[in-house]
Design a protein around this ligand. Structure first.
Ligand SMILES: [Zn+2]
Length: 179
């Protein structure tokens, strides 16, 4: 198996975890931490379910990996995530001294691995994290786009229904006064 085959295999695991997030009503992002070829950390977005703004997929995966390896330092580990990490997660990756980060789709709004800023390779930091984007980018992006498309459609239906209800109400003014 080549490195690229391995990368795809682990990114597929991350995509499956992202689907789990989606099933729980969260934005579909999934992450795995791999150490010596073994998955030691799994995470998916759980912000809403856990009432925790820090419960991003990557944070969950890093926390589990630390517990499994009994070490907050994840020197030789590789983290795979379906979406480019945000500043919080990128900083956590630096703090964990993780060996490498591989991500799928870039995040042009908050990506902190090169798209908006680059905290993994920040000049002033004393630890730099090797990173690579664009692994299974199409699949990762498609999953997120489908989610947001569906959510927009649901919101529109909701709005239309509310508008419809309001219109019905205004069509029968004073109806209760007559009773
Ligand atoms: Zn994050």
């Amino acid at each position: 198996m080549t490195q690229s085959d391995l990368d795809q295999q682990f990114m597929r695991c991350a995509l499956e975890l992202a689907a789990k997030a989606e099933a729980e009503g969260e934005v579909p992002v999934g992450a795995v931490v791999v150490h010596n070829g073994v998955v030691v950390g799994q995470g998916w977005n759980r912000l809403i379910g856990q009432h925790d703004a820090t419960a991003h997929a990557e944070m969950m995966a890093l926390r589990q990996a630390g517990k499994v390896l009994q070490n907050y330092r994840l020197l030789d580990a590789v983290l795979y995530v379906t979406l480019e990490p945000c500043p919080m997660c990128a900083s956590a990756m630096v703090h964990s001294r993780i060996g490498k980060v591989v991500f799928g789709a870039p995040d042009y709004k908050t990506g902190a691995a090169g798209s908006v800023m680059n905290l993994l390779d920040y000049e002033g930091a004393n630890h730099h994290v090797t990173h690579q984007g664009g692994v299974m980018e199409e699949e990762c992006r498609a999953q997120l786009q489908a989610f947001f498309r569906r959510r927009r459609a649901e919101k529109k239906t909701e709005r239309d229904m509310r508008k419809g209800l309001l219109n019905t109400d205004s069509n029968k003014p004073e109806s209760s006064a007559k009773n």
